[in-house]
Design a protein around this ligand. Sequence first.
Ligand code: XBP
Ligand code: MG
Length: 279
Amino acid sequence: MTEQTQPSPTSRTEGEPPRYGFEALLLDVDGTLADTERDGHRCAFNAAFAEVGLDWNWSEALYGELLAVTGGKERIHRYIEQQQPGFQAPGELDAFIADLHRRKTRHYLEILGQGRIPLREGVMRLLRQAREAGIRLAIATTTTPENVSTLLACSGGADLEGWFEVIAAGDVVPAKKPAPDIFHLALAELGLPARSCVAIEDSANGVRATLGADLRALLVTVNGYTQDEDFSGAALVTDGLGGPGSPVEVLQGVLEDSDHIDLAALDALHRRVYAADRV
Ligand code: XBP
Ligand code: MG
């Protein structure tokens, strides 16, 4: 199940009116918190294949196609179906894939441990801002909980995991993104309705999952693998979070009052999305 960690301390005093119109920020992990896919997960899959003597090699281009399938085990399964139809697993296929995925995860944790996958620009800044403003933090991801914990610790610092009240990750739901299940779980753990939250994703699968959970206040920060995907329905699409002196490129929607993503920009996005509901 999800890990309940320490509730984020808030700087708001009792009775003080909320500064922002939303209460929680739900974040995706892979591609959003960090560019983990090309130099992280992809390399870990290839290392696991080599470890068991398979001559499979997922190039950067092929991996970009395979990312259409979320979940590492599901991705291996789809690859075998599509590219290795004659492959005969030694024993039961699902057990073989599960073993291969466990090996892949070990390699991925090693890559993270070498500090090779930094958080994306602006992520720590936004998380700090949210924490100081009393905005609750949650993660909703397809990857495994240990991958999340290790990424946060190795790339963000030992206490970063504790900033997240909810970490909804991996096989804890029946269906992975683009199904909305993991976001429904995170919202349930937060005890909040979707309209009280803002979500940040990086991919079309993530957009379908968030919108499926009615998380309409949705920012997409694209990356090399997702930049050409369809983000219909996302309130705002940018090339990242940017920062002071590092303006973002707006690819879809409107960025008000700022040239980068901060809490005020997310608040304006949230207000715009729900303005129509207020009339
Ligand atoms: C991205 C995914 C994951 C990773 C691989 O997750 O689809 O499957 O690619 O991680 P998200 P695993 O964008 O939702 O964070 O091998 O652990 O699945
Ligand atoms: Mg993602």
